[in-house]
Design a protein around this ligand. Structure first.
Ligand SMILES: [Zn+2]
Length: 669
């Protein structure tokens, strides 16, 4: 059923149809396209290369091995029956991979990647029904009826991921048979769920954000109207509850507009919010946008981990209540990190506020970069901030249960995270720089590479040299600029107290966190030096996070650090470690070295329970050096126990932590 009469169009050149995942119909900010940034060796290129060389093919191999790809072949051949491998949503993994492959092709022009994409499209397209319905789980002989399970069926969720892949294709290669397939799938959704159609919403949001972007890419506002309809229909309890999961799990107990904070299943909440931002922006619904900004602020201030991770509860993979942030039970699904990026990027484009980009940096370095193994073939699904028991080494051929922590696994029973990482890393560039009002270049994330800002008066080409985040220095050289110069804005991260900027070797002017607009236009041949201090610093939790009270973390630049058991002195257990905060941690490689003691095990037995009527003695050991490493690297050397927040050593005489460092917050030094 593939349409071979539609030939792929040539490369897309119109700036409104460039290779970027998000392109609002209204507003003055636009992210650079993938082909406007090329990365040089550095932190993000290493991850992107591992994605290219490892993750993309790894995902195909696993989906082939488990029969998730063959499900399409069986539907096409009419042989699908009651015995179908994979969850209801396994088609979506194929679509997320298609999205990743097409961004990869758009970025690299690699013909082999495009050939893989086309071969997968052959199989996907062959499974399409006459009316544009495409799903291998429902609607076939021996299978459940179409749209018979809105709560958990994920049919519209799958369609949404196909549409996001089609948007990526449109913006990297132009109209082709896959884009045409996307149109038929989208039109089917409109016919089935339009104003006169079924009054249903999908248990897992995704179709909303997908239709909104599909409308932008095609210029057909019917898709946006449908996205808006789905958002407005939600929150009225139409989804049938499933055991142990109430309507809040699906964000179906209260409309988006009336929601104070993100709640329920974290990925669902974030995808829904991303779609709602798109609708608010394109429909110029400022009331809705304000509500979404308030939701972001509430959730980030009270329900988000230091890593940027979201989701405290394992049972429903969901947000907890305010301040419910246990480090050892943190769920922080990798996909929730992706969802958080999706929302924050859209809010940045809509408002220009720096805090959204700050959270993106935190999430990129500490959730997204943490999940994949260095070769891109094993992944964390959950990203807790404390691991009490060493993970058991996983077999390279084993399907892991999703939340089993402590080691990166090659694949999961529910394997949403690897393909979500793949599409995010393949398009990483598109979140790192933007142009505002066609005349202001904004550098958002720091990495080595070349950035081409298309400004109204001409091109601004910046070459960025840096080993950030492992170095403080970021050198920008202007290799091309409009004759009258160009306005340049830099982001000074929220943690970067003591940052400075100098132009052409001049004095280093102090700059404060937030936006830094260079006072003069920049011209070709000029050099700008930005210094972001990356000395280790102590970070204290809000005391209302009772699960972290009495503890402290160490950060360095954008990196959250952690202690791993393998770096402890012989005989010291991780749960006994206490940080001496009277001594500032010092740099050590890309991590830090601090002073610590350990709590000696009480000499006398205290009864059957680990509790007593008087406080236990907390006799401290001699001090020792405590090594902290970047959280994103934890467990790369093999299974270990780990913690980010470390109890503060208490002086046994005064029973209080002491030292000058506590007199001011360490980040205000
Ligand atoms: Zn996931």
């Amino acid at each position: 059923m593939t349409d071979s009469s539609l030939q792929p169009a040539g490369p897309v050149t119109d700036d409104a149809q460039r290779a970027r995942p998000v392109d609002p119909a209204r507003g003055t900010r636009r992210g650079l396209a993938l082909d406007q940034i090329s990365l040089d060796p550095g932190f993000w290129k290493t991850l992107q290369d591992a994605n290219s060389a490892g993750t993309l093919r790894h995902c195909i191999e696993w989906m082939e091995r488990l029969g998730w790809l063959a499900n399409f072949d069986r539907v096409a051949a009419g042989t699908m029956d009651h015995n179908r491998p994979g969850w209801q949503f396994s088609d979506s993994e194929v679509y997320k991979l298609l999205e990743a492959l097409t961004w990869e092709y758009g970025r690299t022009g690699d013909a082999e990647v495009d050939a893989i994409f086309e071969s997968l499209v052959d199989r996907v397209a062959a499974a399409e029904d006459e009316d544009g319905y495409l799903n291998t789980y429902f609607g076939h002989p021996g299978r459940p009826e179409r749209y018979s399970d809105f709560s958990m069926g994920h049919e519209l969720y799958c369609a949404g991921h196909l549409l996001q892949a089609a948007v990526a294709r449109m913006r990297t290669k132009g109209e082709d048979r896959f884009v045409a397939l996307g149109r038929r799938v989208a039109d089917h959704v409109l016919r089935e769920f339009g104003p006169e159609g079924r009054n249903g919403v999908c248990g897992h949001p995704e179709i909303e954000v997908a239709l909104a972007e599909f409308a932008r890419a095609t210029g057909d506002t019917r898709y946006r109207d449908q996205a808006r309809l789905f958002i407005d229909r939600r929150g009225h309890g139409t989804l049938t509850p499933v055991p142990l999961l109430g309507p809040a799990y699906f964000q179906d107990e209260i409309p988006v507009r009336d929601t104070e904070s993100w709640h329920g299943h974290a990925v669902r909440a974030l995808y829904l919010a991303a779609g709602a931002v798109d609708i608010a922006v394109d429909a110029e619904d400022s009331a809705l946008l304000n509500v979404l900004e308030e939701q972001w602020h509430h959730t980030v201030a009270r329900r988000t981990y230091l890593t940027g991770g979201m989701g405290s509860r394992h049972q429903d993979e969901g947000f907890g209540e305010d301040w419910e942030l246990p480090p050892d039970r943190a769920y922080c699904e990798t996909c929730a990190g992706v969802g958080s990026l999706m929302v924050s990027w859209r809010l940045y484009l809509a408002t220009g506020r720096v805090e959204y980009v700050d959270l993106m940096e935190r999430t990129l370095f500490n959730v997204i970069a943490t999940s994949p193994s260095p070769d891109g073939t094993a992944f964390f699904y959950a990203n807790p901030l404390q691991q009490r028991v060493e993970g058991s080494d996983v077999l390279p051929d084993a399907v892991n249960s999703r939340a089993e922590g402590g080691v990166r696994a090659p694949w999961f029973d529910v394997s949403c995270c690897p393909t979500n990482l793949a599409r995010t890393l393949a398009s990483w560039q598109s979140y790192s720089a933007s142009v505002e009002a066609e005349n202001l270049a904004v550098l958002l994330q720091y990495t080595a590479g070349e950035f081409d800002f298309p400004l109204r008066n001409g091109l601004l080409r910046l070459h960025v040299s840096t080993d950030y985040p492992n170095a403080s220095d970021i050198a920008l050289s202007v290799s091309e600029a409009p004759r009258e110069g160009a306005a340049l804005r830099l982001r000074i991260p929220s943690w970067a107290n003591g940052a400075s900027v100098s132009v052409n070797g001049g004095p280093a002017d102090p700059v404060t966190p937030g936006w830094c607009d260079l006072p003069e236009p920049v011209f070709e041949g000029e050099e700008i030096r930005l210094v972001l201090p990356t000395e280790p610093r102590l970070t204290w939790p809000d005391p209302r996070i009772d699960a972290m009270r009495g503890t402290v973390a160490v950060e360095r630049g954008p990196l959250v650090l952690c202690v791993e058991s393998r770096d402890l002195p012989e005989g010291i257990s991780l749960e006994s470690v206490a940080l001496d905060v009277s001594v500032s941690p010092s740099p050590d490689g890309d991590g830090a070295r601090a002073r610590a003691k350990s709590v000696k095990t009480p000499a006398q037995a205290r009864g059957a329970l680990p509790f007593g009527g008087v406080p236990a003695d907390q006799e401290m050991s001699e001090e020792f050096d405590l090594i902290l490493v970047p959280y994103h690297r934890w467990a790369e050397r093999g299974p270990s126990t780990m913690r980010v927040f470390v109890p503060v050593a208490v002086d046994p005489i005064s029973k209080s932590p002491s030292g000058p460092i506590l007199e001011g917050r360490s980040d205000e030094r």
